[in-house]
Design a protein around this ligand. Structure first.
Ligand SMILES: NC(=O)c1ccc[n+]([C@@H]2O[C@H](COP(=O)([O-])OP(=O)(O)OC[C@H]3O[C@@H](n4cnc5c(N)ncnc54)[C@H](OP(=O)(O)O)[C@@H]3O)[C@@H](O)[C@H]2O)c1
Length: 263
């Protein structure tokens, strides 16, 4: 995808990886639209970029539909959707409040599918466009203490894979980004610090640069770091060996703590 002058709605670009993605897209000639829930941070990122911004909670239908309408109105079209907004939660399933389960599914999975459904008709009409979904290594191999988060990311993976097949020949690219660990406020917000030794956290800018290159190349998926892919390969070809390794390294973490950001 040639990003020059392409209008790119980046959800969750008021913070972390989304902010880095919006900057990288702008550096490649795209016209980002910054999105977040926090009006102040969203405006600050948009101000730095000289970009349009939209504010709204994607977990709720009415504000989500308003976000899409305002984003479409900003430049008359959306050429690229980067579905990046997401939340996490860490702890055992039994410690997880029922509303937090709902919030993770609504934000990470339902909102992603509904947003895609809203922007796709315009892309199909123009015969060109791009969809990029930010998932996680947790969605490919499962992680103790992150069962619901992993399930939402796995769901996005299956959604993206199916859409890629459905959209063949339409001129619309589908890229799945599978990050390992990224240095962002994500862990602080979920209420539990990242406490594993591997994979090592990477800067949001490094991860964003790889994702944007993958969009430009119409790559089906991009793993950051690259070697992380080997975990999914081992799981696929040697499931018994994999489950032994996962039990050894993917130790359960502490019972969960609710975060101020998930109800
Ligand atoms: N950090 C990692 O190690 C890591 C690893 C793999 C995958 N990921 C994925 O990367 C994506 C970006 O996360 P991040 O690490 O950059 O975390 P972050 O710094 O916490 O950013 C999350 C972004 O999502 C937005 N958001 C959250 N809930 C929302 C909702 N209900 N409606 C609208 N926007 C919402 C936030 O908006 P406000 O701040 O304005 O509320 C923020 O802009 C997520 O999908 C995450 O699952 C992260």
């Amino acid at each position: 995808m040639d990003l020059h002058d392409r209008v790119a709605l980046v959800t969750g670009s008021s913070s972390g990886l989304g902010t880095a993605l919006a900057h990288r897209l702008a550096a490649r000639g795209a016209v980002p639209i910054v999105h977040g829930r926090d009006g102040g941070r969203t405006a600050a990122v948009a101000g730095d970029l000289g970009a349009a911004s939209v504010v709204g909670d994607l977990a709720e239908r009415a504000p989500r539909e308003r976000v899409v309408a305002e984003a479409l109105a900003a430049h008359g079209r959306i050429d690229l959707l980067v579905a990046n907004a997401g939340i996490g939660w860490a702890g055992t399933l039994t410690a997880m409040p029922t509303e937090t389960v709902d919030a993770l599914v609504a934000t990470n999975l339902t909102a992603t599918m509904q947003l895609t459904r809203s922007v796709l008709p315009g892309m199909l009409e123009r015969g060109t466009g791009g969809l990029c979904f930010v998932t996680s290594i947790a969605g490919r191999v499962g992680v103790a203490g992150e069962s619901v988060y992993a399930a939402t990311k796995s769901g996005v993976d299956a959604f993206a894979e199916s859409l890629r097949l459905e959209l063949r020949g339409t001129g619309i690219g589908v890229t799945v980004a599978v990050p390992g660990v990224v240095e962002t406020p994500f862990f602080e917000r979920r209420g539990a610090a990242y406490d594993r030794s591997s994979p090592r956290p990477l800067s949001a800018d490094v991860v964003a640069a790889r994702i944007v290159r993958a969009i430009e190349r119409d790559a089906g998926e991009v793993w950051t770091p690259r070697w992380l892919r080997s975990a999914a390969v081992v799981r696929a070809v040697a499931p018994s060996a994999y489950s032994g390794l996962a039990a050894r390294f993917g130790r359960p973490i502490r019972p969960g703590r609710a975060t101020e950001r998930t109800p």
